[in-house]
Design a protein around this ligand. Structure first.
Ligand SMILES: CC(C)(COP(=O)(O)OP(=O)(O)OC[C@H]1O[C@@H](n2cnc3c(N)ncnc32)[C@H](O)[C@@H]1OP(=O)(O)O)[C@@H](O)C(=O)NCCC(=O)NCCS
Length: 155
């Protein structure tokens, strides 16, 4: 597995992976309606469009995109998703660590994450602490999430 910068040509595979993960993994913690709207919001054009404003990395295994992690250039954590068939194999940890190192290099001192209910224990295992439970709101979509935070330090 390698971690590298997201390229425009990854967008279709990333959008497919993102949709699949929401439908197959996050579906255990959210309603059918929430999953339908959430997974329906993702598309390749959005990922291509986000290149100007975001720093994004992909995990690639044998030529296949198996994960995406990204944050906005203003330091705001944005997303971390692993392909549903590759959960628990270390891709999430590697992507997160790459994002943290990159953010540190850019001068950011902490990451604040709106973690899905599904990912809370993962983030805790990576040194994030829960600040509070809150609601993530988008048109037609409200998700319960945990606001979590970690101070970034060089290792
Ligand atoms: C959360 C997610 C990104 C983690 O990626 P992953 O590749 O499955 O996790 P890793 O294999 O890198 O796990 C790293 C560590 O976290 C732990 N971990 C992972 N998921 C865990 C969970 N649900 N509960 C407890 N620990 C967990 C692992 O045991 C591992 O510990 P170790 O380093 O001591 O071995 C992935 O499971 C995912 O895509 N989930 C669904 C999408 C999602 O909710 N994303 C977050 C949106 S904010």
């Amino acid at each position: 597995m390698i971690i590298r910068k997201f390229r425009a040509s990854d967008a279709v595979a990333v959008a497919r992976m993102h949709r699949g993960t929401i439908r197959k993994i996050n579906s255990k913690d959210y309603s059918k309606k929430q999953i339908e709207v959430w997974s329906g919001r993702t598309n390749a054009k959005k990922f291509r469009g986000s290149m100007k404003s975001h720093i994004q990395f992909v995990a690639v295994d044998k030529g296949r995109i198996i994960g995406l992690g990204g944050f906005r250039k203003d330091g705001k954590f944005n997303s971390l998703y692993v392909h549903h068939k590759y959960i628990g194999k270390g891709a999430g940890k590697r992507l997160l660590s790459k994002m943290e190192r990159e953010a540190l290099k850019m001068g950011f001192k902490k990451f604040t994450v709106n973690s899905s209910l599904t990912a809370k224990n993962f983030y805790q295992s990576q040194g994030y602490r829960v600040i509070r439970k809150t609601l993530f709101k988008r048109p037609q979509l409200i998700l319960e999430v945990y606001k979590m935070e970690k101070k970034l330090r060089s290792k």
